[in-house]
Design a protein around this ligand. Structure first.
Ligand code: 6SG
Length: 210
């Protein structure tokens, strides 16, 4: 079994879905925590393919971009559907999660004070698509695609949990999504991860907004 290294800041951020995947799948990994001092010094940034983190190291192979990392692990550990149609649907869900994450990050890092109220008001217009999509697979009782968890589920779980911190009642009108978050969060490895001191110590976002 390979040991991966996840290189990132002391942050949930974009590494959290990767951590959910690794932990839930019982994979071992090391955290390489980059401090602001090291980052601002500049050499590490220069060495990153696109000047950003997270990075996943698998032996002498290093991969950047959180969604590419999720896909890489998805292929390696059978979390990418049973055929190419399921794989395409998993991509579709993951791309939609990325769209929502982008809007969330814009709020957190750019417009929080002015836009928070409006963002929360509009959230049902975003979440209703996920509720509907979930309802079409196993009557919403399982995962987003097929019979098995996929990397897109880990990504969605992290973004929904972030939204539950921003707006605790945001899933009130979406019973399937609410049960989905509860079900995935209760998976034994994810539950113990969420409860451990180290995970709890990581801020969701680096500017302290959530
Ligand atoms: C930001 O955006 O902020 N990576 C970020 N920032 C550092 O110099 N599409 C890719 C992906 O999905 C997006 C990557 C992502 O992987 S993460 C990055 O590398 C840069 O651009 C969240 C975030 N981190 C905090 C941060 C890093 C430098 C300035 C702010 C921590 C705080 C201060 C120093 C270190 Fe800091």
């Amino acid at each position: 079994m390979p040991t991966y290294t996840l290189q990132y800041f002391h942050l949930q951020g974009r590494a959290e879905p990767v951590r959910f995947l690794l932990k839930d799948q019982g994979l071992s990994w090391e955290e390489e925590v980059v401090t602001p001092e090291t980052w601002y010094q500049g050499d590490l940034k220069k060495s990153c393919a696109f000047g950003q983190l997270p990075a996943l190291k698998d032996g002498d192979f290093t991969l950047y971009q959180s969604n590419a990392i999720l896909r890489y692990l998805g292929r390696a550990h059978d979390l990418y559907g049973k055929d190419r149609q399921e794989a395409a649907l998993i991509d579709m869900v993951n791309d939609s999660v990325e769209d929502l994450r982008g809007k969330y990050l814009r709020l957190i890092y750019q417009t929080y004070e002015e836009e928070k109220g409006r963002y929360i008001e509009n959230l049902p217009n975003e979440l209703k698509y996920f509720e509907c999509c979930l309802s079409k697979n196993n009557a919403g009782k399982g995962f987003f695609v097929g019979e098995k968890i996929s990397f897109a589920d880990y990504s969605l779980l992290s973004v929904l949990r972030n939204h539950l911190v921003l707006a605790p009642s945001c899933l009130h009108d979406f019973p399937l999504l609410k049960a989905y978050v509860d079900r995935l969060s209760a998976r034994p490895n994810i539950k113990s991860f969420l409860e451990c001191h180290e995970s709890k110590s990581r801020p969701i976002n680096w500017n302290g907004k959530q």
